[in-house]
Design a protein. Sequence first.
Length: 257
Amino acid sequence: MLIAVLISYLSLLCFPQSFFRWSVTSAHLTLYSDSSFPPEEGKKILELVEAKLAASPLFSPQMHHSIFICNARWRRLVLFNRQYRVGGVNYYPLTSNVFLRDAVIGENRLVSQSGNVVQGDRTLDYFITHELAHTITKKAAGWYRHLNLPEYVSEGYPDYVAKGNSFDYEKAKQAFLSEAPEMDRWGSGLYLRYHFLVAYLLDKKKQSVQELFENPMEQKAVEDEIRAEVQVGNIQSPPSISLAESQNCTPQHPESP
């Protein structure tokens, strides 16, 4: 009996389409929802997601992904399982389907557990891309290797893909160096610290994504390296002196006798 229930539940995760009446499809993605939405608005979101995924070397155009927006609480309780409080869930390699909590598709916004619309750069297309980036990274790295990756890589890279061009590296760097509250992974609930570390390795050190996954540095080693580079930079770049200051520093010659 228990085995039959388990098989039924796993089948539901793999084939939930009958519980989602409305949908729209693009080249590589299908967006499903249990509430009606304007198809053109859904397509706009899928275009944003596809553009972000296509920027990753791990993206495969041969793979089709399905996204399910769960507006009804009972669907979240069933399909999210023990993770029903989070923004989205990914069950790969069981299925390439991803499930997200309630959303306002027309405004490209996710609705938080408190019932408030999530603001800022974490748009609905960000949340969708983040979950789908988990799929392509798990597929590329392999399930076992992915399971053993440092969390800053396994969560930081999906965030790196999902934020796209909206990420401000220098702003994140200053937040990291000052230990700003948003850099506290567990206190803020954000992946900004992980994203910053991955951006440093990929964009500043020019590591490849393959190298990031095959030979990941320990998180502390990356953070120590960044701080050391900043200290060296501060030593090699003394503060500039303004024109007024340079005039005030002109050597004074004693008067002639």
